[in-house]
Write a protein that binds this ligand. Structure first.
Ligand SMILES: C[S@@+](CC[C@H](N)C(=O)[O-])C[C@H]1O[C@@H](n2cnc3c(N)ncnc32)[C@H](O)[C@@H]1O
Length: 360
């Protein structure tokens, strides 16, 4: 892109691609959203840019984003080019979030590299900075006690009733849940007190000493599990995102069971290869694509009387929707386990669906 006119044209096309991306995002228009991505393997997962996802994987984080958007809206404030080279434009995008009353309460910046591939301009790469200021009070919904609801398939009042009749969280985990839901961009990934309570029961009932978790996030479930282990017990938890792992580490160290928690940063499948069993309890709660691989590797490491708990096996009800590719992929995972003569399993419609698996 040597001449000034060509540069301006490229920048306009890149800006249009980013605007189309945001527009499609806010309207829930998946097809256009995918069309704004040049490389279908770019994942929208927070904090890292991935080369492992396919366009269909877009569906799952996208649906989480939509849930978040019901809670607060985001807008583009300013887009400006940082550099333009050949068929690539690097754009800086300032964004804000607004509460229902129109108050801007959070803003940040995202860098996009938009590329022209065979005449089509699309997002190839994005990097996110931390939100950098708060210009107003948080929206009403973010005020204490009015968090976005956790992912659940049961009616809200039943979930609330179940929660009220579940042993309450200790203050440090109450605070971690609050932080995760209110401050983390994808806070709804939190398992929460009911599923966390279930995990604690499993740890207690199996007399677990060694626990493996795939998908640490802010470490809520790891801390719930660690609380049930003896002093010399351990939770090894895998997290791909370094920044998230650091947050989990900080909170774990502030809690009473931090010394029992080891966080392994990196892709869970790679970490699994380095581990030796047996584990008394395995909790699978990382990215959903490799679930069958996670299951197979976990079964290898499972103690004779151990249990594997797998989260999100109902995928927000999408497992019964033949048009949802992510739902069908999760349905295939369920079918894989159901057809495996080595195990027995029960699928509990708790939260987003938890499957418990043991050796037959
Ligand atoms: C649903 S969250 C885990 C929630 C957590 N177990 C809890 O209850 O609060 C999934 C986590 O898995 C991490 N993750 C995604 N892909 C991964 C991978 N391939 N290996 C390890 N962790 C991964 C994500 O960054 C995210 O923090």
């Amino acid at each position: 892109m040597s001449d000034g006119g060509g540069r301006a044209q490229a920048e306009r096309a890149a800006v249009a691609a980013v605007e189309a991306f945001y527009q499609a995002w806010s309207e829930g228009d998946l097809e256009t959203l995918r069309g704004t991505m040049n490389y279908p393997h770019v994942s929208l997962f927070p904090g890292h840019i991935e080369v492992r996802a396919t366009p269909e994987d877009f569906e799952s984080p996208f649906e989480r984003l939509r849930e978040l958007q019901a809670w607060h809206s985001s807008s583009l404030d300013r887009i400006h080019p940082i550099w333009t080279r050949d068929d690539k434009v690097c754009l800086s995008v300032d964004w804000s979030r607004y509460g229902e009353d129109g108050t801007r309460y959070l803003s940040g910046n995202i860098i996009y590299i938009v590329t022209n591939v065979e005449g089509h301009w699309g997002i190839q790469f994005r990097a996110r900075s931390e939100p950098r200021d708060r210009d107003g009070p948080p929206p009403e919904a973010a005020a204490a006690g009015q968090r976005p609801n956790l992912l659940t398939l049961v009616p809200e009042e039943i979930e609330e009733f179940a929660r009220r009749h579940t042993t309450p969280l200790p203050p440090h985990l109450e605070e971690l849940a609050r932080f995760t839901l209110e401050e983390m961009e994808y806070g709804l990934m939190l398992s929460g007190p009911i599923e966390g309570g279930l995990l604690q029961f499993l740890a207690w009932a199996t007399g677990a000493k060694r626990v493996l978790e795939l998908g640490c996030f802010t470490g809520f479930s790891a801390q719930m599990l660690a609380a049930e282990l003896p002093d010399d017990g351990e939770v090894i938890t895998c997290e791909i995102d370094r920044e998230t792992a650091e947050i989990a580490r900080r909170y774990a160290d502030e809690g009473p069971d931090g010394q029992k928690i080891e966080i392994r940063v990196g892709p869970a499948l790679e970490t699994l290869e380095t581990l030796e069993g047996p584990f008394d309890l395995v909790f699978i709660d990382a990215d959903k694509n490799p679930y069958i691989d996670y299951y197979e590797a976990s079964l290898e490491l499972l103690a004779d009387k151990g249990i594997i708990a797998v989260d999100n096996v109902l995928l927000n009800g999408r497992v019964t929707n033949p048009e949802s590719r992510s739902g069908q992929r999760m349905a295939a995972f369920n079918a894989h386990v159901a057809a495996d003569p080595r195990v027995k399993q029960v699928l509990l419609p708790v939260r987003d669906g938890v499957m418990l698996i043991r050796r037959a």
